[in-house]
Ligand binder design. Structure first.
Ligand code: SAM
Length: 285
């Protein structure tokens, strides 16, 4: 039996091609096979560096089948590099299952470190960097997203989030409503021509984007600073607004609506239940 090959996890630029490391270029030029999230995208990167190597795709929807194929190649002694479209594989990107399986089989996995948007954003944010929480992407569904955001109400570390530009304003609005007017940083288009850091209280940052009158474009990282000890207590209007949304807009059952609001606002169940009953009753009139 041949000695298994090595699986390299290779970080690539998040916008600026100069952010490729010498080692990443060398490894991509030496491996037998490159597994890429999008082979066309990666081919451009390889061409830029004069690298010509066999490519195979590895992305979320083929990861089970392709994971098996890649592991077979590794078992057969070939070395494989995994890359994604931008940044570090496995960080809100495909790769985890492949690495897990390789580790379980005793295949050597070697990281080739480089850019990651979360770290780049944090490093220049001006927020405390001694410890932080990385949440990746929040759930798409508004209710679930709010539950998630509420869960870090008492978090004492900076929270780092990835967000799609189309949902940026909604997420900032949820942060303001559920966590209070915290200091936030929106790091946009890092390492690219239009890189910017928008810093301020979340309400100011929202106003600034609204004043531009154009949909926010590009890629964004949101960083939320820890709350002060006197976390704002949600008021009755906020509780009622959320209850109305779940009961009447989203047609949730009374039980589910109450459960959501309790989770999001951290209130007593009995208190929320009483308000929900009153609201339901008032709808009947
Ligand atoms: N693996 C990548 C990494 O290590 O950063 C993350 C990939 S994830 C699919 C893409 C998200 O990362 C984007 O939606 C955005 O939140 C963030 N991102 C990637 N590149 C960025 C950039 N140049 N500027 C700001 N955010 C970026």
């Amino acid at each position: 039996m041949s000695t298994p090959g090595v699986l390299y996890i290779v970080a690539t630029p998040i916008g600026n091609l100069e952010d490729m490391t010498f080692r990443a270029v060398r490894i991509l030029g030496e491996v037998d096979l490159i597994a890429a999230e999008d082979t066309r995208h990666t081919r451009k990167l390889l061409t830029h560096y004069g690298i010509s190597k066999p490519l195979t795709s590895y992305f979320d929807h083929n990861k089970i089948f392709k994971g098996g194929y890649i592991l077979d190649r590794l078992r057969g002694g070939l070395s494989v590099a995994l890359v994604t479209d931008a940044g570090t594989p496995c960080i809100s990107d495909p790769g985890y299952q492949l690495v897990r399986s390789a580790v379980d089989e005793g295949i050597v996995v070697v990281p080739i470190p480089g850019p990651s948007a979360a770290i780049a954003a944090l490093s220049a944010s001006g927020l405390p960097t001694d410890s932080f929480v990385f949440l990746g992407f929040l759930p798409n569904r508004p209710g679930k997203r709010r539950e998630y955001i509420s869960a870090f109400r008492k978090e004492k570390r900076v929270v780092v989030l990835y967000e799609a530009p189309v949902r940026l304003m909604a997420t900032l609005g949820d942060i303001r409503d559920l966590l209070g007017d915290r200091s936030v940083v929106v790091a946009r288009e890092l390492t690219k021509l239009h890189e910017e850091f928008v810093r301020g209280a979340v309400s100011e940052v929202i106003d600034l984007f609204v004043a531009r009158r154009v949909q926010v474009r590009g890629e964004v990282v949101i960083l939320v600073s820890p709350g002060s000890d006197e976390v704002q207590i949600p008021d009755a209007a906020q509780t009622q607004a959320l209850l109305r949304q779940y009961l009447f807009d989203e047609s949730l059952s009374l039980k589910d609506a109450v459960r959501r609001v309790v989770a999001e606002l951290g209130l007593q169940r009995s208190e929320v239940y009483a308000q929900a009953l009153l609201l339901k009753e008032s709808q009947k009139d």
